[in-house]
Design a protein around this ligand. Structure first.
Ligand SMILES: [Zn+2]
Length: 105
């Protein structure tokens, strides 16, 4: 959803993505389901955008509104997906780890 504001434009919405991650214990790849919510305020200046975060506004250098007023949403979505990825990815919470470490299994 796009909303025009006096200062620029607000982009909001939510989505899900499936991201292939590597489990930090067994090093197997697994599919992490990520749900993310986007709320960005964009300004018409080229290459400038701000994010409403816990620390106030944070400048995002990578988002740009093109001269023909189309917007590169791919970069915004990529940043939000990355933000919601687990810090320590595990294929499952009780992952036993590398099989080599458990020869009796
Ligand atoms: Zn694992």
């Amino acid at each position: 959803m796009f909303t025009h504001t006096s200062r620029g434009m607000t982009v909001s919405g939510e989505g899900t993505a499936d991201v292939m991650l590597t489990c930090m214990r067994c090093l197997d790849e697994y599919c992490q389901h990520v749900h993310f919510i986007i709320e960005e305020e964009l300004h018409p200046e080229p290459g400038f955008a701000q994010r409403r975060g816990a620390d106030g506004f944070e400048a995002l250098g990578e988002v740009c509104i093109r001269p023909d007023h189309t917007l590169d949403l791919g970069e915004i979505m990529r940043q939000h997906i990355v933000l919601h990825l687990p810090v320590k990815p595990l294929c499952r919470t009780d992952c036993p780890g590398l099989k080599e470490l458990h020869p009796d299994v």
